[in-house]
Write a protein that binds this ligand. Structure first.
Ligand code: NAP
Ligand code: F7E
Length: 320
């Protein structure tokens, strides 16, 4: 018997890789999609005919109940969120409504309609913020540094609370930064690889950036969605850190990306205070040994290969 999965955030980077993985595994995939005046389906264009879309929004409780009723899910992956940290200072209330309260809306829809469904919450290393220990693991206390990070802490604890209050199979995956050719162009990796491709093709002259000293633990999104699925296949629900165990500066990212295209980054990168955040997360480095041991999860794509893959993909897109 094939299983049903409901994925919120299906049009996003992770939603597309997860949908692909679930379809490969024989799931019937339902995707929650919000109505927009110009639909953005680029990430799932190639599989859109295999997905059953249900219109809904994390801010609209009735639409979530309807989505759970219609999809009758065995597994629910709550990936939808206002996910861009910089925007969370511009729109802190919307970020709280979607990224924090939206999780409760989704949990309530599951609890009221299909409480035995397994639930995955997309938690984030941004919860560690101004880190109190390095490397960060499941037991590291949170110290978020943005409205986004604060909202994710709420989403994390409400998921734990529903597990403990209602005995629901609810898991929180604390995922460190993960990237791919499908990453939104506002995030730093894709902003850089897209700019490198444009500069290489003579379509852009410079790249304006913020803090080059920030350090991140960057992995490949295709590897990380496998961990989401594994979390929902265990005997008992639990929370897991997913990370590479390596950290790199934004400057290293820039050097590799420009170098891969045969360019010297110093000729093009301009520091612009507009891209410096009101409060920064200086260093993230995750310890995913629990996930490796318990879930058997492993990393396949390393940092340098990831950056090169993204540059190649952006060059290819422009060539096309
Ligand atoms: P993404 O590309 O920004 O995708 C976000 C998705 O959420 C999009 O499909 C978006 O739909 C949807 N969405 C936003 N607000 C919504 C609302 N009010 N109702 C319904 N759908 C809504 O994000 P991602 O990188 O795939 O990340 C997936 C999840 O993991 C997010 O929760 C993110 O915060 C979390 N996370 C990401 C990372 C990472 O490094 N990528 C790390 C840790 C945690 P539209 O297409 O309509 O905008
Ligand atoms: O920034 C610095 C910036 O926007 C990374 C989201 O998926 O991962 C992501 O959050 C770093 C920061 O991602 C620019 O200051 C410098 O230190 O790519 P980002 P993020 O904020 O780490 C976490 C785990 C999530 O959960 C989030 O949803 O790069 N940086 N210059 C810049 N960043 C951007 N975007 N643009 C710049 O020009």
């Amino acid at each position: 018997m094939s299983k049903n999965a409901l994925v919120t955030g299906i049009t996003g980077q992770d939603g597309s890789y997860l949908a692909e993985l679930l379809l490969e595994k024989g799931y019937k995939v339902y995707g929650l999609r919000r109505r927009t005046s110009t639909p953005m389906m680029e990430n799932i264009e190639y599989i859109k005919n295999e997905i059953e879309f249900i219109e809904g929004d994390l801010l609209d409780q009735g639409s979530l109940i309807n989505a759970v009723q219609k999809s009758n899910p065995d597994e629910v992956y709550n990936l939808a969120a206002q996910s861009f940290v910089a925007t969370s200072w511009e729109q802190p209330i919307l970020t709280g409504q979607a990224t924090a309260i939206g999780v409760t809306n989704m949990l309530e829809a599951v609890r009221l309609t299909k409480p035995e469904a397994r639930f995955y919450q997309a938690s984030s290393s941004e919860m560690f913020g101004k880190v109190v220990e390095t490397p960060q693991k499941e037991t590291t206390p949170f110290y978020p540094r943005s409205p986004y990070g604060v909202a994710k802490v709420y989403g994390h604890w409400i998921t734990v609370n529903y597990r403990e209050s209602y005995d629901m199979y609810a898991c929180s995956g604390i995922l460190f930064n993960h990237e791919s050719p499908r990453r939104g162009v506002e995030f730093v990796t894709r902003k850089v690889t897209d700019a490198v491709a444009r500069i290489k093709m003579g379509l852009q002259r410079e790249l304006r950036m913020g803090n080059l000293d920030a350090k991140r633990d960057w992995g490949f999104a295709g590897d990380y969605v496998k961990a989401m699925w594994l979390m929902l296949q265990q005997d008992k629900p639990d929370d897991y850190v997913i990370s590479t165990g390596e950290t790199h500066t934004v400057q290293e990212l820039v050097e590799i990306a420009f170098g891969h295209a045969g360019l010297n980054w110093r000729d093009y990168v301009v520091i612009d205070p507009k891209f410096v955040r009101p409060a920064e997360v200086d260093l993230l480095l995750g310890d995913s040994s629990k996930a490796q041991k318990t879930l058997g999860w492993k990393l396949e794509v390393g940092f340098e290969d990831l950056v090169k893959m993204m540059v190649d993909s952006d060059l290819e897109k422009l060539n096309r």
